[in-house]
Design a protein around this ligand. Structure first.
Ligand SMILES: *Cc1c(COP(=O)(O)O)cnc(C)c1O
Length: 388
């Protein structure tokens, strides 16, 4: 087999940046010359532009996606010991934000097809102390926002959307209306970690809300509890959690390309789908009708951990990187043992940790590379199923 012309990478930020280098350079130079490195004009402009991109929502920038989750919970004025429902299968930050505030993260299992919070499991986890539900739009696709919004409203709980992985994804409600991921709940959050679909060149994050009052409150909390324009007045105990002007200026440039980049990811996913749809023992990502998936990850599911691990090794031997997001569910992580959960309690989350595999996906991944990856997978699976 011939060696591929281009090395295959999980993501390729240098190439992505090279394609827009003059725009990035201009933004960087402008910020250097203006000298307003904290809360410079680009921060508010970026917030406005992202708000428009998301269909008209208030955007409050902050230092990173984990702070955004923490700020969202701080805004709810909860009491220590209040319960917050989180999926057992997520990046740890979701549960961490609740735990660090002295709230109790209550795990619920996820749906085996969408990998996102199972509304029935969330409903079963509600107690008189429950105050919020944190839905995570994992891998680039929304959790079931119709069911979760209804559930939250019925029980007067705040729905928080962790949208770190699904910026630009949309959800279609049963009446046909369409809303952006992160703008449905009481507060939505996102991360501009460099590898996210809209990534900074360092840390960054933001909160979304449709309420102007809530936006003012979140801005205050992210700035030492200081109301906008009232220097050295501290209304509440807050954080120092700001998006740097430099990051905001770079993100403004990248936001202009996000639609194209998302389409490139979706095309790459469609090409993977076509090649891998009917491979015995391998499941391609599930799409939810009417809603869009922005493919932060293209995650396949294998029949067993042994096959998954062997496939990953086989890919590696052919120069193809892949990643397991995430190898351990939150409830079996050492730091969260104090919550008292046991192995076996969230079988779907545990099963997924043992069987998922994320393949390379980024806007610069070309058709030939996808074909090559699919070829290597098909050759392996042919052998694997032949033995089984
Ligand atoms: C990346 C990520 C976060 C954390 O974002 P940071 O900016 O790294 O703090 C939170 N939740 C999910 C689901 C993520 O993928």
């Amino acid at each position: 087999m011939s060696v591929p012309a281009l090395p295959i990478r999980l993501l390729d930020l240098p190439a992505q940046h090279a394609a827009i280098q003059p725009e990035l350079d201009a933004a960087l130079q402008r910020v250097l010359q203006e000298g307003a490195f904290i809360q410079g004009p680009d921060v508010q402009l970026f917030a406005q532009e992202l708000g428009l991109y998301l269909g008209g929502t208030h955007v409050v920038p902050c230092a990173n996606g984990t702070d955004a989750l923490q700020l969202a919970l701080m805004a709810l004025d909860l009491q220590p010991g209040d319960e917050v429902i989180v999926p057992a299968f997520t990046y740890v930050a979701t549960a961490e934000a609740a735990a660090i505030l002295g709230l109790k993260p209550v795990m619920a299992d996820v749906d085996p097809h969408t990998f996102t919070l199972d509304p029935a499991a969330a409903a079963a986890a509600i107690t008189p102390r429950t105050r919020a539900i944190m839905a995570v739009h994992l891998y680039g696709q929304c959790a079931d926002l119709t069911a979760l919004k209804t559930l939250a409203d019925q029980h007067q709980l705040a729905l928080i959307e962790d949208n770190a992985q699904a910026i630009g994804a949309t959800w279609q409600f049963s009446d046909g209306s369409i809303q952006h991921a992160g703008t449905v709940g009481e507060v939505g959050t996102t991360s501009f970690f460099p590898s996210k679909n809209l990534g900074a060149m360092g840390d960054g994050g933001a909160l979304f809300t449709r309420s102007e009052a809530r936006a003012a409150q979140l801005h205050e909390l992210a700035n030492h509890g200081q109301p906008r324009g009232k220097k050295y007045l501290h209304q509440r105990i807050g954080l120092n959690s700001r998006l740097d002007t430099l990051q905001a200026a770079l993100l403004r440039v990248k936001l202009r390309h996000l639609t194209n980049w998302t389409e490139a990811r979706q095309q790459a996913a469609a090409r993977y789908d076509a090649a891998l749809a009917n491979v015995p023992g391998l499941r391609i990502p599930t799409r939810q009708p009417g809603s869009t998936h922005v493919f932060h990850q293209y995650t396949i599911t294998l029949g067993s951990t042994a096959v998954r691990d062997a496939l990953q090794q086989h890919l590696q031997q052919h120069g193809i990187p892949s990643v397991v997001y995430y190898p351990l569910p939150v409830h079996t992580q050492p730091a969260y043992r104090y919550l008292g959960y046991r192995e076996g309690q969230f079988p779907v989350a545990e099963q997924l940790c043992g069987t998922v595999l994320s393949l390379p996906i980024h806007p610069g991944l070309v058709a030939d590379q996808i074909d090559r990856i699919a070829e290597v997978i098909l050759a392996f699976m042919g052998g694997a199923t032949g033995v089984a």
